[in-house]
Each structure stands twice: as C-alpha cells, then as structure tokens.
Design a protein around this ligand. Structure first.
Ligand SMILES: [Zn+2]
Ligand SMILES: [Zn+2]
Ligand SMILES: [Zn+2]
Length: 163
C-alpha cells in the first residue's frame, strides 16, 4: 500500500485525475449521478491533501464566477460523503478526499500539524478497539471518527537529516 503521506514534491495532477476517474467509475457502477457541481466540489476537495473547509470551497466556486450558495456546497459534500468519496475531519470541520473509495473501510486519520495533511489509514483494528470500549460500557455507537495529531514522515525528514 502506498504511503498515506505523499511526497512534498509530486505530480498532484495525477492524484486529482485518478480520484476523479475513480469517482466517475464508482458513481456509474452505483447508478448515482456525479453531476458537474458534485464533480467540481470533489475536484476542489482534491486540490490538496489537506482538509478543505466548506467555506473555502464556496470561496473558490465564487471566484470562478459561480453563484454558489452554502446549501449547494453542503448538498454536494453530503452526496460525496454518502458515496465514500470524501470524509469529514471532525476536529477541523473540513473535508478530504478518500484514498480508498471503492473499498468498504473504517480507519483513522493521522493529521500532520506541520503541513496539515490528513493521512488516511484504513485500519479496522483501531475501530474494533473503539467498538469494544463502547460495547463494554453499554454505549450504542452511531459512528466512529478517529483522528490523531502529530508530524508526518515527510515533515520529520529534514530534522532527522540534521542528527
Ligand atoms: Zn497529490
Ligand atoms: Zn476513505
Ligand atoms: Zn507533514
């Protein structure tokens, strides 16, 4: 599996293209419509590997001359989340493109406080622990979102080289 933390310098157009291509195939196979508006929001979310806020998305759409209103953006995000193309990062109230949209997965986001990238780790094991904890406390879970903050391998690199 590829690192969830992309190299600082990489051809990000490839990431965007493959994400949009995957989304197109996925939506067709499910018989749901990736309308131009939904596709544009997905593309904006994928502009970077850092989570993007809904109002940031709105600003970009408006800068393009689009008369988008917040509900338009939220509805598009809702669709993208329902179809597993985008995840919400609760602690940042922001959205990031899913790296594994065609696979059923849970996991944890490792959020780098230096570069802001949220690396998606599809680890079922961490979710199992949370389910056990909820279970043993008589707590009925409706959803799990796991986020941890630290420093990603790309940001740690220069520091390691100085030693
Ligand atoms: Zn990229
Ligand atoms: Zn995902
Ligand atoms: Zn980083």
């Amino acid at each position: 599996m590829a690192s969830p933390f992309p190299r600082k310098v990489h051809d990000h157009q490839v990431c965007i293209k493959s994400a949009l291509g995957d989304a197109d195939i996925l939506c067709r196979s499910r018989g749901v419509r990736l309308t131009p508006a939904r596709q544009r929001v997905l593309e904006i979310v994928w502009r970077q590997h850092k989570p993007t806020g809904a109002y940031q998305i709105l600003d970009i759409l408006r800068a393009e001359g689009n008369k988008a209103e917040p509900p338009t953006v939220y509805r598009a995000l809702e669709f993208l989340m329902q179809n597993g193309l985008v995840h919400r990062i609760q602690s940042l109230n922001a959205f990031v493109g899913c790296c594994y949209p065609s696979e059923q997965h849970d996991g944890i986001f490792l959020i780098c406080r230096s570069c802001g990238i949220a690396g998606e780790i599809p680890s079922m094991a961490v979710n199992d622990v949370v389910m056990d904890v909820a279970d043993s406390n008589g707590f009925s879970l409706s959803s799990i979102s796991l986020e941890a903050v630290g420093e990603c391998p790309e940001c740690r690199k220069p520091i390691q080289e100085h030693h």
